[in-house]
Design a binder for this molecule. Structure first.
Ligand SMILES: Cc1cc2nc3c(=O)[nH]c(=O)nc-3n(C[C@H](O)[C@H](O)[C@H](O)COP(=O)(O)O)c2cc1C
Length: 306
């Protein structure tokens, strides 16, 4: 049985529903020999800021049961180097590229978008709103609906490209933040980012990570992420969603589509298996064929709730 894998996130059409997640696939080319970016639905860049950032001190990654905790601290090469060094090859490979954007203040998001607007070959922006806003006392943009709506609206006004907002699972009220992002003009929502977590070295009586707290990712968070996708899909059924959190197999991807996502992103799985997204695409195709699904979009929101 032949299976159509094409999907769309709002106006953006994708050859298949599997993307590489921000921060786990470098700038789209680092793993190109093992996982060519043009074969994925899309690749999402590491979060970019106006200028390069060194990130947090080491250690900043620790493996946990069914996942890992990271506190990379948004290390990146800066938007200028991305546009000059990575984007031309991504363009020549015809990869679909979403740029993940973050900032310590609203103006920094706008600076990154303004620089990217001068370039062809960027299919969408994904706002990482899990960063503290220094001008608002350090509260994360994604934790305050009013702040999030204002940030999204300013970014919306800065581009005509698709704008995705990546929600934090740590926000006090997920659906309220989802509504705020949509009210600000988001075309789609990506959910979720990592879950705040702590690893302790009992012998040393200290946190394992130099930063103390980090973000948990991998299969450990999949059931949380599925619940969040489903809740947002139920509250805002017209809004395109991108599901993320612990996707390791084609069946995991199918679960996120059933919960209401139009596409998925693969993050932590890439650390163990750089070509995981390619395997997941093939497995999703097999899953569909085995279950009589001729078009992968039939799965989207197909969860039957009792
Ligand atoms: C090492 C590492 C770096 C990350 N960097 C970013 C980032 O720069 N921007 C962002 O929005 N998310 C970042 N994330 C979050 C992932 O994109 C993803 O939301 C999260 O890991 C959950 O997906 P997973 O369970 O498939 O890894 C990072 C995750 C990891 C593990």
């Amino acid at each position: 049985m032949s299976v159509r894998l094409e999907t769309a996130v709002g106006a953006l059409r994708l050859a298949n529903p599997v993307m590489a997640a921000s921060g786990t696939f470098g700038y789209g080319l680092d793993l190109a020999d093992l996982c060519p970016p043009e074969r994925l639905g899309a690749v999402v860049s590491k979060g970019l800021s106006p200028r390069p950032r060194p990130g947090n001190p080491m250690p900043r990654i620790v493996e946990t049961a069914a996942g890992m905790i990271n506190a990379i601290g948004l290390q990146n090469i800066g938007v200028e180097a991305f546009c000059r060094e990575a984007l031309p090859e991504l363009r020549s490979r015809a990869a679909v590229v979403a740029v993940n954007v973050f900032g310590a203040a609203l103006e920094e998001y706008l600076e990154v978008i303004a620089r990217c607007e001068r370039e062809d070959g960027i299919a969408a922006y994904e706002l990482n709103v899990s960063c503290p806003n220094v001008s608002a006392g350090g509260i994360e943009f994604g934790h305050d609906p009013a702040l999030l709506e204002a940030l999204t609206a300013r970014c919306r006004a800065a581009t005509r490209r698709p704008l995705w907002v990546k929600l934090s699972p740590n926000a006090p009220d997920l659906v309220a933040t989802a509504r705020a992002a949509v009210a600000g003009g988001a075309d789609a929502l990506t959910l979720v980012n990592t879950v705040r977590a702590l690893a302790i070295d009992a012998a040393a009586r200290r946190p394992v990570l130099a930063n103390g707290i980090g973000g948990l990712s991998g299969p450990a968070i999949k059931p949380i992420a599925l619940r969040m996708v489903w809740e947002v899909h139920r509250a805002l059924p017209e809004v395109p969603l991108v599901g993320i959190g612990g996707v390791e197999t084609g069946r995991d991807a199918a679960e996120f589509l059933l919960a209401g996502a139009s596409a998925v992103q693969v993050g932590t799985a890439i650390f163990r298996e750089p070509a995981a997204p390619l395997r997941i695409i093939a497995e999703l195709e097999c899953f569909c064929a085995a279950h009589g699904v001729a078009d992968v979009r039939e799965l989207i929101g197909g969860l039957q709730w009792r």
